[in-house]
Ligand binder design. Structure first.
Ligand code: 5GP
Length: 194
């Protein structure tokens, strides 16, 4: 997606060889016009999959997820993050380790909002090691819903998450795939990874 890649090049901040900061349009301040384009692109890529619900993770997945939900005309559910959960019968839960933040969160979704009739499109801001996406997939699995696939705004293709998840048979559509952040420079992978 050209507009997204241009925005990353113009405003992205390479913090290290592994971490890209995009606070000016995605992770802190949000660019609604760009998010609308991102949502439209996800909606177009998954329009024939019968999606009934979008699932994302608070907080940075919510903006692109809501824009896609608006166009696909389906509800958007966001998993909540908590430090630790006491077991509860009315929640689907999974444990997610974040390498960027070096912390583990339990994420949860109420059983009221996902069930076996649903076809779920998962949307998230970044795909790096794949732990967040795996956690969301475990939640879908617990609900016995089907998965249409995952829409990712920015994938770091040099980290293992994308390969791991695609190899497990899940369709992953990333709108910008970064091949390298070395020497403070963002480089994109042009071809789509299957
Ligand atoms: P994963 O679980 O795939 O390792 O990481 C996914 C989550 O970590 C994303 O939802 C995002 O919040 C965060 N993350 C991972 N890498 C980056 C990065 O380079 N920049 C930013 N801003 N967030 C990242």
């Amino acid at each position: 997606m050209k507009a997204l890649k241009n925005k990353i090049l113009e405003e992205g901040n390479v913090l290290s060889d592994n971490v890209l900061k995009v606070d000016s349009f995605l992770n802190h301040q949000i660019d609604p016009q760009l998010m609308r384009e991102v949502g439209a692109e996800f909606a177009s890529r998954f329009k024939d999959t019968g999606v009934t619900k979008i699932l994302t993770l608070e907080s940075s997945g919510i903006a692109p997820a809501v824009m896609a939900g608006l166009i696909l005309d389906v509800p958007v559910v966001f998993a909540r993050k908590r430090k630790s959960l006491t077991l509860s019968n009315d929640l689907y839960t999974a444990s997610v380790h974040s390498y960027t933040k070096n912390e583990t969160n339990d994420i949860s979704v109420s059983i009221d909002y996902l069930n076996s009739d649903d076809i779920v499109l998962i949307i998230d801001d970044f795909l790096a090691n794949g732990q967040a996406l795996l956690g969301l997939l475990r939640i879908v699995e617990q609900s016995k819903a089907a998965t249409a696939g995952a829409g990712i705004v920015i994938e770091k293709g040099f980290q293992p998450g994308g390969k791991l998840i695609r190899e497990s048979g899940i369709r992953v559509e990333s709108l910008a795939i970064i091949s390298s952040l070395t020497n403070g420079k963002v480089e994109f992978l042009e071809e789509v990874l299957i």
